[in-house]
Design a protein around this ligand. Sequence first.
Ligand code: IPD
Ligand code: CA
Ligand code: CA
Length: 282
Amino acid sequence: MNQDYLSAIVPIAQEAGQILMRHYGRVRVEYKGGVDLVTQADRESEAFIVARLRSQFPQHDIVAEEGGGRESGAEYRWYVDPLDGTTNFAHGLPMFAVSIGLEHRGRMVAGVVHHPVMQETFTALAGQGAALNGHAIHVSEAAELRTALAATGFPTLQRQQNPNVHFYYAVTLRSHGVRRMGAAALDLCYTACGRFEVFWEFGLKPWDVAAGSLILAEAGGRATTMTGEPYHLRAPELLATNGRVHDECIALFAEIFAGHTSPLPSAAAYLRGREEAAPARP
Ligand code: IPD
Ligand code: CA
Ligand code: CA
């Protein structure tokens, strides 16, 4: 039965990807608030996905980012991000995806994340593993943060209050580096297939993570909050890893939350140092 869900939603996600590609490179940006962008492509992709889900699964609820869904307390609920990575998309940066996940009584059962530029389709069914373009994927075997590549994202809303820069700095100093790709669904899938070992972010929404969190779990990864509690779609933060470096990340994050890691370097001290090191002018 779950297999049927995947065969239904993979073509929907791929067709939505074609809608995005028709708009890619020629969009007019609008603002939903602050620097939260939206485009005609977000709306067209969502209208298409929601219409298809409604006609194929009329009894199911749909939660969609741009508001096109409908909720009635049904057992099955779809989470739709019609364009994850809108800011990238609007600037012509090819990191964006379509994300569709299905939840049954609070448990994710099916998910697809489609990256149209790369023609990569990540899929998962609960209990049946995860795949990339039909081939099984697994998280990486790296066992220590110092050999890990990490990813994070920064929120578009209430940026002033977000402490993520401290986490970015601390992980940068202890790993192969931290990427900020701008599409959370892809961050999760890249962790699932071993390109990243770690992904964390504050304040993600259920449609950002529904499909990707199942894909990660089915690929052998682990997700919790940043303080180690079990993850759920409405959790305040997400820490997603290959599992092997998870406890090390939780321990490091506890140090950062407690203010015990080294402070950010001073920009003023940098300039002073540069002037002191400069050779005297002739
Ligand atoms: C955003 C992206 C981004 C993340 C933001 C999300 P959107 O989704 O996933 O990587 O940092 O928090 O809101 O708005 O492009 O669908
Ligand atoms: Ca998103
Ligand atoms: Ca979106």
